[in-house]
Design a protein around this ligand. Structure first.
Ligand code: NZQ
Ligand code: ZN
Length: 386
C-alpha cells in the first residue's frame, strides 16, 4: 500500500427530513447566499424546505448555475457575494451547483487577480474562503464530501478540475427523497459517474490493498444491483438511499487512499463534454469500455479480479473473462439507458482531432495510473469509442 494522508472534515446528515439541520449548521448571524441551478429545486419542493429551515436568516439567492458550471456565470455570483458581503454559501443542487459554489468560495476573497488562475494555474488561494455547505439533489459526483471542483470557461470550451483542502464543504445534507424528481437520464448518469469514480481508483495496476479493493467491489456490486431498480421505481426510498450513499462514498477519498489512481477516462470524457455538451456520466459510459480495452495488458490482474468478483465470471480463459467483464460493463451502462458509442451522438472520427488537441493544450499528455497514456493512446481510446 502507498503512503497516504486521509482527512475528510465534512459532516454528513443523511436521511429524510435532515434539511432541518441547516439551522444547527449555520449560525443566525451569518448572511447566507443560497446558490442553485436551473430551477429544479423550485419545482420539487427542495427550495421551500430549505427556506423553511432558514426562516429568520438573512438569505440572498443566486440561481442559474448551469450543468458543467461556467466560470462566466460563477463570476456573477462572486460579484454579488462581494457586494453583499456574504458569510456563508449554501449550495442546493447537483455536482455542478456544488462545484460552482466551491469556486465562488475561493474566488470571492481573490480580489487582486483573475480567480480563474486558481483553476487553471493552481494559483495560491488568497484571503479567507467563504465557508460552504451543501444540500445534494443528484447523487453522482461526490462533490458534497470532497475537495474537488470542475469548472468550464465557456469562452474557449476549457473544462478543468482543481482540488484544494479549502473546498471541502462544512456539511452535506443527503435526503434521498430529494432525488425522486430526477429525470431517468440523470439517475443513470449519476450511477455511471459513481461507478466510474470507483473503477478509476480500482481498475489500475496491482496495489496489494485488499481492503480498498473489496470496498471498491462492494460499491460496484451495489450500484449494479440498485441502479436498474432506481430506473424502474420512481419513489423507492431504499433504492434511492443506497445509490445516494454509494455515490458519496465513491469519491470521498477512502476508496482511493493508498492505491494507484487512473482518471484517464475522466480526462478523455471531459473533452467530449467541452466540445459536444454531453452530460458527464454519459461521456464516462462511452469512454470507460474503450479505456479498459486499450489498457487491458497493464490492468490485466485487476480486470481478472473484477471479472471474477464483480461479474462472477468463472469460466473461460483469462482473456475471455476480461473481455466478458468489459462487455458486461458496457451492457450495464446501456441497460441504464445510456448509449455508449460516440457515433450515436453524431460525433465523428474527424472530431477526434479537436479533442486530442484540447488534451494537448491542457498538458494532458501522460494520463493513467502509470502516466503512460500519451496523446497517441488517448486517440486510440477515442477511436474505440466511435
Ligand atoms: O440545474 P437544475 O435545474 O437543478 O437541474 C439539474 C441539471 O439540469 C438536474 N437536477 C439536479 N437535481 C435534480 C435535477 N432535476 C430534477 N430533480 C432533481 N432532484 O440535473 C441536471 C444535471 O445536474 P448537474 O449538477 O450538472 O449533474 P451532476 O451532479 O452529474 O454534476 C456534473 C458536474 O460535476 C462535475 C462534472 O464534470 C460536471 O461538471 N464533476 C465533479 C466532480 C467533483 N466535484 O468531485 C467529480 C466528477 O467526476 C465530475 O467531473
Ligand atoms: Zn465523474
Amino acid at each position: 500500500m502507498n503512503n497516504f494522508t486521509f482527512w475528510n472534515p465534512v459532516r454528513v446528515h443523511f436521511g429524510e427530513g435532515q434539511v432541518t439541520r441547516l439551522s444547527e449548521e449555520i449560525s443566525k448571524n451569518q448572511k447566507v447566499m443560497l446558490l442553485y441551478g436551473g430551477g429544479s429545486i423550485k419545482k420539487n419542493g427542495v427550495y421551500d424546505q430549505v427556506k423553511a429551515a432558514l426562516t429568520d436568516y438573512q438569505v440572498i439567492e443566486f440561481g442559474g448555475i448551469e450543468p458543467n458550471p461556467h466560470y462566466e456565470t460563477l463570476m456573477k455570483a462572486v460579484e454579488l457575494g462581494r457586494k453583499e458581503k456574504v458569510d456563508f454559501l449554501l449550495a442546493v443542487g447537483g455536482g455542478s451547483v456544488i462545484d460552482g459554489t466551491k469556486f465562488v468560495s475561493v474566488a470571492i476573497p481573490f480580489t487582486d487577480d483573475d480567480p480563474w488562475k486558481i483553476v487553471s494555474e493552481g494559483a495560491e488561494i488568497k484571503g479567507q474562503p467563504i465557508p460552504l455547505g451543501s444540500v445534494l439533489t443528484l447523487p453522482a459526483t461526490g462533490s458534497e464530501m470532497n475537495k474537488a471542483s470542475v469548472i468550464t470557461k465557456a469562452a474557449n470550451k476549457e473544462k478543468r478540475g482543481f482540488m484544494r483542502p479549502e473546498l471541502f464543504p462544512q456539511f452535506a445534507i443527503l435526503d434521498p427523497t430529494h432525488t425522486y424528481s430526477l429525470p431517468k437520464e440523470q439517475i443513470a448518469n449519476g450511477v455511471v459517474d459513481a461507478f466510474v469514480h470507483t473503477t478509476e481508483q480500482y481498475l489500475t495496476d496491482s496495489a496489494e490493498a485488499p481492503l480498498q479493493e473489496r470496498y471498491a467491489e462492494s460499491l460496484l456490486t451495489t450500484l449494479i444491483e440498485e441502479g436498474p431498480k432506481a430506473m424502474a421505481l420512481t419513489t423507492d426510498y431504499k433504492t434511492r438511499a443506497n445509490i445516494m450513499w454509494c455515490a458519496t462514498q465513491a469519491l470521498c477519498g477512502l476508496v482511493g487512499a493508498g492505491v494507484p489512481q487512473d482518471w484517464a477516462t475522466h480526462m478523455i470524457g471531459h473533452e467530449i463534454t467541452a466540445e459536444f455538451g454531453l452530460a458527464h456520466g454519459t461521456t464516462l459510459a462511452i469512454v470507460l469500455p474503450s479505456t479498459l480495452r486499450v489498457m487491458k495488458d497493464q490492468k490485466r490482474q485487476k480486470l481478472l479480479q473484477y471479472a471474477e468478483r464483480v461479474w462472477h465470471i468463472q469460466s473461460g480463459s483469462d482473456d475471455e473473462k476480461i473481455e466478458e467483464a468489459i462487455d458486461k460493463t458496457q451492457s450495464f451502462f446501456e441497460a441504464m439507458g445510456i448509449k455508449t458509442h460516440m457515433k450515436q451522438y453524431s460525433i465523428k472520427e474527424q472530431d477526434i482531432d479537436t479533442m486530442v488537441e484540447r488534451l494537448e493544450s491542457k498538458g494532458m499528455v501522460a494520463l493513467g495510473e502509470q502516466g503512460n497514456i500519451d496523446l497517441a493512446t488517448s486517440r486510440q481510446i477515442y477511436q474505440g469509442c466511435l
